[in-house]
Design a protein around this ligand. Structure first.
Ligand code: CP
Length: 331
């Protein structure tokens, strides 16, 4: 029996703990490829991947593109502006026209929750969700978990508190699903107006005060206030938010132990996180970005039908050439 991911990566909610571990373990040997002078292996040579980014992105878009190029795939980037989407073409028509040019995979970021699944159900190519509305951002959740596992050696039993605008955060949802499946304890902290109702039903502990969250947690994953998604006055002002929920050095210094600091980016310095925390000794924010490339290499490799043991071989000889495995499932 070989464990696989299936055809698409749409979220962490549908994955098992074993599948998440498979991705994290497969990412390990891929880390080293980015440290080489020539950052390339022929693993996905001949594969064609389209990056459809219909929402702004720096880290995810560039990270996927690096991951694809380091695996020797041919890649094309499509943004909403400058494509026929701006003339009214639908998402499915865009994707079907790209498929007519014989592509293998689509990486999609879209402002609508469910857009990745909608596409995956309508095209043959593998679909990877690079963030859909407020639903999920699975590769961000995976890179956050890889960064935590690097530091703590395990995810089992660690306490991670997600602080900030959980309501609008696809990163929060992917972290909650992923971390819980891997045996971590998860907390959320923020103004009640920025926490989804019944969030406790996801098995998380709710903290109304950031001081209590800091006292409880081993790591904080601090979220940006997503002002562009806010349709109502969720907070009195950014200054007030920083005063009550901002993660500052003073607050961390009062904690009974050291805490690891994560942030998925982009950061609003001086709002949810102060600069001396973001750039401080316990910050792993740039390690998250580095790990993002390895995690995305692992996801591309596994979805293309690659076997985990060959990822190690790809590292040493560059010889792993996965067979195409569309619509594969646990065998
Ligand atoms: N973390 C994240 O998704 O960042 P980008 O929006 O820059 O891709």
């Amino acid at each position: 029996m070989t464990l696989s991911l299936g055809k698409d990566l749409l979220g962490l909610e549908p994955l098992s703990g074993e599948q998440i571990r498979l991705i994290l373990d497969t990412a390990e040997p891929f880390k080293e490829i980015s440290e080489r002078a020539i950052k390339k292996v022929p693993t996905l040579r001949g594969a064609t991947i389209v990056n459809l980014f219909f929402e702004a992105s720096t880290r995810t878009r560039v990270s996927f593109e690096f991951a694809e190029k380091r695996l020797s795939a041919d890649t094309v980037n499509v943004a909403a502006s400058g494509s026929s989407v701006s003339k009214g073409e639908t998402l499915v028509d865009t994707a079907r026209n790209l498929e007519a040019m014989r592509i293998d995979m689509v990486v999609i970021r879209h402002g609508a929750s469910g857009a990745a699944q909608f596409l995956a159900e309508r095209i043959e190519s593998n679909v990877i969700n690079a963030g859909d509305g407020t639903h999920e951002h699975p590769t961000q959740g995976l890179l956050d978990m890889l960064t935590l596992r690097d530091r703590f050696g395990t995810l089992e039993g660690i306490k991670v508190c997600i602080v900030g605008d959980v309501l609008h955060s696809r990163v929060a949802r992917s972290n909650i699903w992923g971390l819980r499946k891997m045996g971590a304890e998860v907390g959320v902290c923020g103004p009640r107006s920025l926490l989804p109702t019944a969030i406790e039903e996801l098995g998380v502990t709710v903290f109304d005060r950031v001081e209590a969250a800091i006292e409880w947690a081993d790591a904080l994953n601090i979220l940006r206030l997503q002002l562009e998604r806010m349709t109502a006055g969720y907070i009195p002002s950014l200054r007030e938010y920083n005063r009550v929920f901002g993660v500052s050095r003073e607050r961390l210094e009062r904690a009974p132990h050291e805490l690891l600091i994560l942030h998925p980016g982009p950061m609003n310095r001086g709002v949810e996180i102060d600069s001396d925390v973001a750039d401080g000794p316990f910050s792993v924010i740039l390690d998250q970005v580095t790990n993002g490339v390895a995690v995305r290499m692992a996801v591309l490799y596994l979805l293309s039908g690659g076997r985990p043991e060959l990822a190690e071989a790809a590292k040493t000889s560059g010889a792993a050439t996965p067979t195409k495995g569309k619509r594969s499932s646990d065998e």
